[in-house]
Design a protein around this ligand. Structure first.
Ligand code: GUN
Length: 295
């Protein structure tokens, strides 16, 4: 079997078209321009390119976007002051602090400082708590994007055996939580694997859906995948540089071998990445509507 490709580029394009209509209506009918600020500390090339892509997408949708770049040695105090400034700025409805932060900055303190009503990443403990309880909140962008990819591709998650590899706060833990809830893209039986899992391959071979978010290139090999399984690859690993200087990327899945066994598979690049950015835009529009009492 050759798997069908779940194109994040195509699905994200559909969602962005829906969002553009909403942004135009907000701007023209309600005089509200959704506003996003991205805050980057340091010069990590991957983070720089993610933040640039977020601002470019915001711009294309008519979302007002500001980019703040701070030196790698910026103190926690100064970063907290920057967050506070944007908490109080009425033009800004969404605040994103790109992670990871330099080691001398306490990430938890920074996420806690973001106004939960502007926390378009869904990382503030209040929003995390609401998400776990299944209450209305900003959903974290990568897990939300994965749910959209599954549901818009017609993948049945109800009753499915889902194996998630990786227990990060950004992907593994929230996607596990969302997929066990009674919701679209949910009602699944979840196994969450991590570095101490005893027999990862054995768990994976049982899975109807595998979500790999571990940061190890091509870790999921063909022998770990059941015939007809659905494969979501969250990994973006830089495995070299092309002659034109561009990074060569590989996912966490051995794409060429696994696509012969799976029923659906996401590519890297062009899979989950564009969805993450698009869900950030969706959350920013939602934040602007909330601030204007429109929802
Ligand atoms: N670093 C990697 N993914 C993300 C994300 O979704 N949001 C933020 N703020 N930082 C990240």
């Amino acid at each position: 079997m050759t798997a069908k490709l779940i194109s994040g580029i195509e699905i994200a394009k559909d969602i962005r078209e829906e969002l553009k209509v909403e942004v135009d209506e907000l701007t023209n009918k309600h005089n509200v321009v959704p506003g996003l600020v991205t805050i980057l500390v340091g010069e990590d090339p991957a983070s720089q390119s993610y933040v640039a892509a977020k601002n470019k997408t915001a711009h294309a949708l008519g979302i007002h976007s500001e980019q703040v770049t701070l030196d790698a040695d910026t103190s926690e105090e100064d970063l907290l002051a920057t967050v506070k400034k944007y908490n109080e700025d009425p033009k800004i409805h969404g605040i994103l602090v790109q992670l990871p932060l330099p080691k001398h900055v306490n990430e938890a303190n920074v996420l806690l400082a973001i106004d939960p009503a502007k926390d378009v990443d869904g990382f503030h403990p209040i929003n995390v708590g609401k998400m776990v309880l299944g209450e209305q909140c900003f959903l974290p962008c990568t897990p939300h994007g994965i749910l959209e990819m599954l549901t818009r591709s017609g993948v049945e998650t109800s009753g499915a055996e889902v194996v998630i590899i990786g227990r990060s706060n950004i992907v593994g833990k929230p996607i596990a939580n969302l997929m066990l809830q009674k919701r679209d893209g949910g009602n699944a039986t979840i196994t969450l694997c991590h570095t101490r899992t005893k027999d990862m391959a054995e768990h994976c071979r049982r899975a109807d859906i595998i979500i790999a978010a571990v940061g190890v290139p091509k870790m999921v090999t063909a022998d770990m995948v059941k015939e007809g399984a659905v494969i979501i690859d969250v990994g973006v690993n830089r495995i070299g540089k092309a002659s034109n200087g561009k990074a060569i990327l590989a996912g966490d899945v051995d794409f060429d071998a696994v696509k012969e066994i799976a029923s659906f598979i996401t590519p890297v690049p062009g899979g989950v990445g564009p969805m993450t950015i698009t869900m950030l835009m969706k959350n920013t529009v939602q934040a602007a509507k909330m601030a204007a009492d429109l929802i």
